[in-house]
Ligand binder design. Structure first.
Ligand code: HEC
Length: 485
């Protein structure tokens, strides 16, 4: 059984399209704040979301047209929802692949860029209720907020009346970007033009382009990562990115090529970014495992140039602090979930994998974050912890509305303490709308049910791993709802 699984796991590509973002919550602080002045600004930035790339400062050309807001102002309760749940991407200067602004009434009246026959308002009604491709992409709009927004549109989008809206207090600023790191970055990986690493990548006019940019590993044998920061360049078109490592020779350093959102299983995730993700600083006692000399680093960026910008040049990437004095604990990816998946045609099935840490872990460990992963038949995924294998399951991470195009990463603050004997249970809900049975595999017609957890010390799992070499990450993949063998 172990051998089969190993073959299955190593055989193909694993669809890894994890969009990483802060915990699904509303963002904090609006990009608008950076770019406008005066009263109109105060109104436009109601509620505030944090511009995750504030410190890169180039919120780009379109920046706010400033003063003339009042005429087309939306009512305060609508403005608050737009600011908190849409503003991060649909601000005055749309960002992160969003094709348009959603700030004043006119923004809702104009024809949609993707469907000029229909108004943006009409698409908004559709997308806030769309279970496949919800807006906001994390599906995080409450029923109350949805009712306010759709009620306003249905009522013909009446303008704001009366006194200026009150600002909601800004969420505490989470400084983001290389300048906000508590250390001097030792390595940087940025998008580049194929064959010309110092030239920016020219982002073509397409949707859902996944590009791979390949680098030689610049790290030594004992180098560990201690902190990292996203460095987002043309934020109009960057949807999310992942930094991966691989020893697969098909990835040639200095090349940049469209790689789809599947990367082979010889690839392991190191870190990632999506709107809302901030700098990450490892706890003092732990360092991130990095690619060895001779391995490759792959920066995979998901671009969305739906708006068709013809001047989109991008050098987005990541800056990384490292240490040559290894910290006491090595942090790396632990695979949770199951490969035993069978969803008959037309059926809904929940698959569960139990990671029995009593069998698999030699010492207590900490979980820093979860990156759930399924393919397109996935509807929901969650990871729970069952203390001592017997207690009530406690929810650690729950994704109630799975969206393949926008996979989210969930930091644990504080980190979760796991004691050998605790069970980590990952459950996936699938719905198969085809006439073929869906099973585990790498293709889009196949399914996966994984939670890639960042844990330390990863050495707690260096025992008799039947599923592959430790460089690929360690497995605690439960089978068929039973415990790990
Ligand atoms: C994290 C970024 C993000 C947030 C937050 C977000 N959107 Fe979007 N939105 C996008 C991206 C990227 C697209 C283009 C891709 C797509 O259509 O899914 C988009 C597309 C749309 C479209 C379709 C436009 C078209 O022409 O097809 C609508 C409508 C929309 N968003 C409305 C909203 C509303 C309303 C909110 C808040 C309640 C919201 N969005 C929040 C990123 C975001």
């Amino acid at each position: 059984m172990g051998i089969d699984l190993k073959a299955a796991l190593r055989g193909g590509a694993v669809g890894i399209a994890l969009a990483l973002s802060a915990c699904g919550g509303s963002g904090d602080a609006s990009p608008v704040e950076e770019t406008c002045e005066g009263e109109a600004c105060a109104e436009a930035s109601t509620g505030g979301t944090t511009d995750p790339v504030a410190s890169t400062g180039d919120a780009a050309e379109g920046s706010s047209s400033g003063g003339e807001a009042p005429a087309g102002d939306v009512p305060c309760e609508v403005a608050a929802i737009l600011s908190a749940h849409c503003g991060e991407c649909h601000a005055d200067s749309p960002a992160f692949g969003a094709p348009m602004s959603l700030v004043d009434i006119e923004d809702f009246r104009v024809p949609a860029i993707t469907e000029p026959a229909r108004a943006v308002a009409e698409l908004t009604l559709e997308r806030v209720d769309d279970t496949e491709r919800p807006m906001p992409p994390d599906g995080g709009l409450s029923d109350e907020d949805k009712a306010v927004l759709t009620g306003w549109i249905d009522a013909g989008m009446p303008p704001h009346e009366g006194a200026a809206c009150e600002d909601e207090p800004d969420a505490p600023d989470q400084p983001t970007g290389p300048d906000a790191l508590p250390c001097e970055p030792a390595a940087e990986f940025h998008a580049f033009a194929d064959g010309a690493p110092s030239e920016p990548f020219v982002v073509p006019d397409v949707d859902d382009l996944y590009m791979c940019f390949v680098f030689d590993s610049p790290f030594g044998d004992i180098t560990q990562g201690t902190a990292w920061a996203p460095d987002i360049d043309d934020e109009r078109v960057v949807h999310h990115w992942l930094l991966l490592k691989t020893d697969n020779p098909d990835y040639v350093p200095g090349t940049a090529f469209p790689c789809g959102n599947d990367v082979t299983l010889e690839t392991q995730m190191l870190m990632g970014w999506a709107p809302g993700t901030h700098n990450f600083v490892m706890p003092e006692e732990a360092g991130l495992e990095l690619p060895a000399p001779g391995e490759r680093v792959v920066l995979q960026i998901h671009y969305n140039n739906t708006a068709g910008y013809d001047d989109a040049l991008d050098q987005s990437g990541v800056a990384l602090c490292t240490t040559e004095e290894p910290r006491p604990n090595l942090a790396s990816t632990l695979w949770l979930g199951t490969t035993e998946i069978e969803v008959p045609p037309g059926e809904r099935v929940t698959t569960t994998g139990n990671c029995n840490t009593g069998v698999r872990a030699t010492e207590p460990f900490k979980m820093l974050l979860s990156w759930p992963h399924m393919h397109e038949f996935g509807e929901a995924i969650r990871t729970e912890i069952i203390r001592d294998g017997t207690g009530e399951p406690q929810m650690l991470t729950e994704v109630p509305e799975w969206n393949f195009e926008n996979q989210i990463y969930y930091p644990y603050e504080p980190a979760i303490d796991v004691t050998p004997g605790d069970i980590l249970r990952t459950s996936c809900d699938f719905y198969n709308d085809t006439d073929q049975t869906v099973t585990f595999g790498e293709g889009t017609g196949d399914e996966m049910c994984f939670d890639f957890a960042l844990v330390y010390p990863i050495t707690a799992f260096d025992i008799d791993n039947p599923f592959g070499p430790p460089e690929l990450g360690r497995y605690c993949v439960g089978l068929g709802g039973s415990g790990f063998p």
